[in-house]
Design a protein around this ligand. Structure first.
Ligand SMILES: O=P(O)(O)O[C@H]1O[C@H](CO)[C@@H](O)[C@H]1O
Ligand SMILES: O=c1cc[nH]c(=O)[nH]1
Length: 235
């Protein structure tokens, strides 16, 4: 048990899927895992361990924003021996050719700051996905026929953004979409010699203002979870 995770040693699998929303963790575990067991509910941050096609996997919430994710990912990597972390999140599109329900697989993550910025000081560290996970996720998405974009994303500290000028520059430089956790996840995985990937579903469009309704979110989030599981455990 750590300060923020109530699981006993051994309760958490080496592979963890991390949505921001703890109730998405519950839904995904109950929908896709065999015999899911709740291993954490401290502060309402739900985590479940079960099996998928015989592979042991944990699905654990990260909360919203990099400071929250950093707490859970640090404890999972350092205290529970986690080796693979795949974020399964929603994202806001920043390119006209990226549509609602599409999948975004984050190769790199730009940011203004992350909880790790203080250790890098003058270095602009480039958080980068694990290539094996990325390739397996893209293969799984292609097999499912889900429209998928692979490239750079923006990990923001704010949901209610006040920098339209900065968003314009990111759109101009090909950034696919915005979310709030992946840059810190990639930095932490690199520090601990682990593997990380963010597989994201486009839930909102910054250029058009379009947004998925509840039903659409459910079905497209299901594709994302299955693609993340196939990436973690390729056939
Ligand atoms: O859907 P999740 O995984 O929470 O991800 C996105 O949604 C939240 C904002 O609504 C932020 O956490 C952002 O990264
Ligand atoms: O616009 C969005 C949508 C999802 N997540 C974000 O951080 N921003």
């Amino acid at each position: 048990m750590t300060i923020h995770i109530g699981a006993q040693p051994g309760d958490i699998a080496e592979t963890v899927l991390m949505p921001g929303d703890p109730r998405r963790a519950k839904w995904a575990a109950e929908t896709f895992l065999t015999d899911p067991v709740c291993v954490n509910e401290l502060r309402g941050m739900l985590g479940y361990t079960g099996t998928w096609k015989g592979h042991r996997v944990t699905i654990h919430g990260s909360g919203m924003g990099m400071p929250s994710l950093s707490i859970y990912a640090n404890e999972l990597l350092r205290d529970y021996g986690v080796r693979t972390l795949i974020r399964i999140g929603s994202t806001g599109a920043m390119q006209p050719h990226v549509n609602l329900r599409d999948l975004v697989v984050a190769m790199t993550c730009s940011s203004i700051s992350t909880p790790s910025s203080s250790i890098f000081r003058e270095l602009n560290f480039a958080p980068c996905a694990d290539y094996g996970l990325l390739r397996a996720a893209v293969d799984a998405a292609a097999a499912k026929g889900v429209p998928t974009h692979v490239g750079g994303i923006y990990s923001s500290d704010t949901f209610y953004d006040e920098r339209p000028d900065l968003n314009e520059q990111m759109t101009r430089h090909g950034i696919l979409s915005v979310e709030m956790e992946a840059a810190e996840l990639y930095a932490l995985a690199a520090r601990h010699g682990a593997r990380a990937l963010a597989v994201l579903t486009v839930s909102d469009h910054l250029l058009t203002g379009a947004a998925l309704d509840g039903k659409d979110r459910e079905t497209s989030f299901a594709d994302m979870v299955e693609i993340a599981l196939h990436a973690a455990f390729p056939a």
